[in-house]
Design a binder for this molecule. Sequence first.
Ligand code: SF4
Length: 427
Amino acid sequence: MFHHKREKTDTVTVALDHRELYRLPWTLPDNAIAWLEPTMKCNLACEGCYRANVNQHKSLDEVARDLDVFARYRKTDGISIAGGDPLTHPQVVDIVRMVAERGWKPILNTNGLALTEDLLLDLKRAGLFGLTFHIDSKQHRPKWKGKTEQEHNALRLHFAEMVARVGGLTCSFNATVYQDTLDAIPDLVAWAQEHIDIVHVMVFICYREPAEPKQFDYYVGGTRVDMAPLTYAETGQRIDISAPDVVAKIRERIPDFAPAAYLNGTEKPDSFKWLLSVRLGTSKRIYGYLGRKMVELAQVWHHLWTGRYLAYAAPAVSRWGRSMLLLWPFDAGLRRTLLRALRSPSLLFRRLYLQSIMIISPVDVLADGRQNMCDGCPDMTVWDGRLAWSCRLEECIHFGQFARTVPKAQALPEAAKAEVVALQRAR
Ligand code: SF4
């Protein structure tokens, strides 16, 4: 669980109107992704990690039971195989095969540390669809300590090139955004463009940690609990960086950067928990962005065709940018892109790539204690035979269920504070 308010410093939040974007159609029972955790073990200790690092793998039977839960409760296109780091699991190839055999796209979420090209080939033969590499400068990687976020682009490129050599796999990168790495985002976006032919998705996850202990108490049922032993402890980092802040930062370098679709918060319909932009271009130039209609068309078409919402497109689809321009009558973003492209006719002979940029703002706790989660959370995992938010699994492990945030009396608005005081007196 994570909180919201700490002093805003140097970001200028841009006005984004959710009513002008497409609300991704993902829901609890019918989603694009689900989140499998076959292990709690990791070979790194990232600062922003929300999972305890425990040397404990699930057996293949336990993994099968988790997959049964997904099959029972949730239509999904892809399964993110995460953890811990899934490559620490000695049977990761079998797990990928199990997911693929059930008709889902297996996506490995890994820090890449244990990845070799031979292992990647084995994973591909087992049915792997793609990889999401979590790489950022706060992972304390051996040999990368003290390197900047931008210097980590060399490591990102190492993995992107390995995936491209093996071929036929989607390649995505995650980076957690902290107050002191926010300024690096435009450089990461520029790096992704430079490698648009082999990097398909770039994800920025705003850092979160537990709600301010001075403002909130935590309850499980009627019992007050201590959050301190949980992994997501206080670091002093800002925890209110949101998707509009990240967009503002990107627009300092790319003024026309244009999100097209979003997931709202469960408590705030106009908050952006997942914010998707899809750009079309080459390594030299971005010609434009898909508009909301095109994202809607892709989701609806995929659902009509396959019965599932689209999670990750095959890498070949990322090369369809030019053909996609033919759909200009449906989408304002494509019309703008086409007009720009027509001004450089040589483009007709060049390949145009698609690349997604997703910004995720995990849990925010509102002043009244409500927890603003991602509505239609794609990263639902399994806890005790049911679906649970993977970002807060530690609460289930420690307390058997999620904890509620309750504002302390002094943090309440005046009217409520008077009410609480009166109640206390009456007792
Ligand atoms: S609510 Fe779901 S999608 Fe949002 S941060 Fe938590 S696990 Fe991820």
